[in-house]
Design a protein around this ligand. Structure first.
Ligand SMILES: Nc1ncnc2c1ncn2[C@@H]1O[C@H](COP(=O)(O)OP(=O)(O)OP(=O)(O)O)[C@@H](O)[C@H]1O
Ligand code: SF4
Ligand SMILES: [Mg+2]
Length: 343
């Protein structure tokens, strides 16, 4: 099957007064039609900037320096701005971490949905209103026909995130990028919003790129995972393989970093050492200052991502030496049951 999205060798830099931030140093990432792909890694490893590079919504000091973003075979990096505006929303929609800042507080929900639907789907405003109401009802907003004319402050955080999901899906995109979509919400609401994303994905045959810190969410919602470290991809595998047989030292360190008490919550705690500064990143493998398997070669040569087994990609010189610790096994075990085994 042809990938829906294929990011190849993506390099994005930020130009700052202190120097050049090499934020993405050759990202490869694929999403197949209808697939749900998790993007996981510690803070600052390039997850959000990968999404922003795909959609070309980087901050003004950021620039894509190299690589391709093939979407349905077309390189988005090369598109004219006007063509890119058509892709955003209509083909690829994104929902952000904070539902407060993504809605304009001084505009009614209707004003934030109808025009964009009418434009992208080429329908009248009356039809667009109907589509908006239908979409709001689909994400569980009761009395959508009345409530569509209310202002954002009338809704709770969870409801606002549902509204943003509805707004994204009303355009019938093929790919939804969700960047930490539940982090800003209460724990009880998080589960509901994830359930909505899951339902909507099935209902609309969407592909999903889900950026998250939460391994529990990864286990429940994704088919495949890309593990990011320091602006590169360390490992790609099915979610099942990540939770049964991780191959990269960083993936194992991530699993080990979850304190046993926090296993249920599935949140990432810290791994010893700190994430690399990307202005002057470590040479060779960027993980080498923190890696217990590192040898001389690791600080000199960048490990190339290779397919070690069918569908299993690892960027590590010494992946064969890696052992899964008891702690990592515990964490894997606690999530394994949730993983969709068909993947
Ligand atoms: N406008 C900017 N100028 C300079 N550096 C930036 C800018 N935006 C992002 N960066 C840097 O790019 C790197 C990648 O950031 P990114 O936002 O992708 O991290 P992330 O993986 O999404 O982290 P988090 O989990 O905290 O959201 C970080 O080192 C960050 O400091
Ligand atoms: S390449 Fe070396 S430093 Fe990097 S993860 Fe593998 S063993 Fe560790
Ligand atoms: Mg981010």
């Amino acid at each position: 099957m042809e990938p829906l999205l294929e990011v190849k060798g993506l390099v994005t830099n930020f130009f700052t007064e202190s120097g050049i931030v090499e934020a993405l140093a050759g990202i490869d990432l694929t999403v197949f039609p209808k697939e749900s792909v998790g993007v996981v890694g510690e803070s600052g490893c390039g997850k959000t900037q990968t999404a922003y590079s795909i959609l070309r919504i980087l901050a003004s000091n950021g620039k894509i320096m190299d690589g391709q973003v093939l979407y349905k075979g077309q390189d988005l990096v090369q598109l004219a701005d006007s063509e890119m505006r058509q892709v955003r929303g209509k083909e690829i929609a994104m929902i952000f971490q904070d539902p407060m800042t993504s809605l304009n507080p001084v505009l009614k929900i209707s004003d934030q949905m109808i025009e964009v639907i009418a434009m992208h789907r080429d329908v009248s405003e009356i039809e667009a209103r109907e589509l908006a109401i239908e979409s709001l009802a689909a994400v569980g907003l009761s009395d959508a026909a009345d409530r569509i004319d209310e202002y954002p402050h009338k809704f709770s955080g969870g409801m606002r995130q549902r509204i943003l999901i509805a707004r994204a899906l009303a355009l019938r995109p093929s790919l939804l990028i969700a960047d930490e979509p539940t982090t800003a919400l209460d724990v009880t609401i998080q589960a509901q919003v994830l359930e909505i994303i899951k339902d909507m994905k099935e209902q609309y045959n969407l592909a999903l790129m889900l950026i998250t810190h939460n391994l529990g969410v990864v286990a429940e919602l994704t088919d495949r995972v890309h593990i990011f470290y320091g602006g590169r991809v360390a490992e790609v595998a099915s979610t099942y393989n990540i939770f049964t047989m991780p191959m990269h030292p960083y993936t194992i360190a991530l699993l080990e970093s979850i304190p046993s008490l926090d296993v249920e919550k599935g949140r990432l705690a810290t791994i010893p050492g700190s994430v690399p500064q990307l202005i002057n990143p470590p040479k060779g493998c960027r993980f080498h200052p923190r890696c217990k398997y590192a040898k001389d070669k690791c600080s000199k040569d960048i490990p190339v991502m290779e397919e070690k087994e069918t569908g299993r990609f690892v960027a590590c010189h010494y992946w064969e030496d890696v052992e899964i610790s008891e702690l990592a096994e515990q964490v894997m075990g606690s999530h394994k049951d949730k993983v969709n085994q068909k993947a």
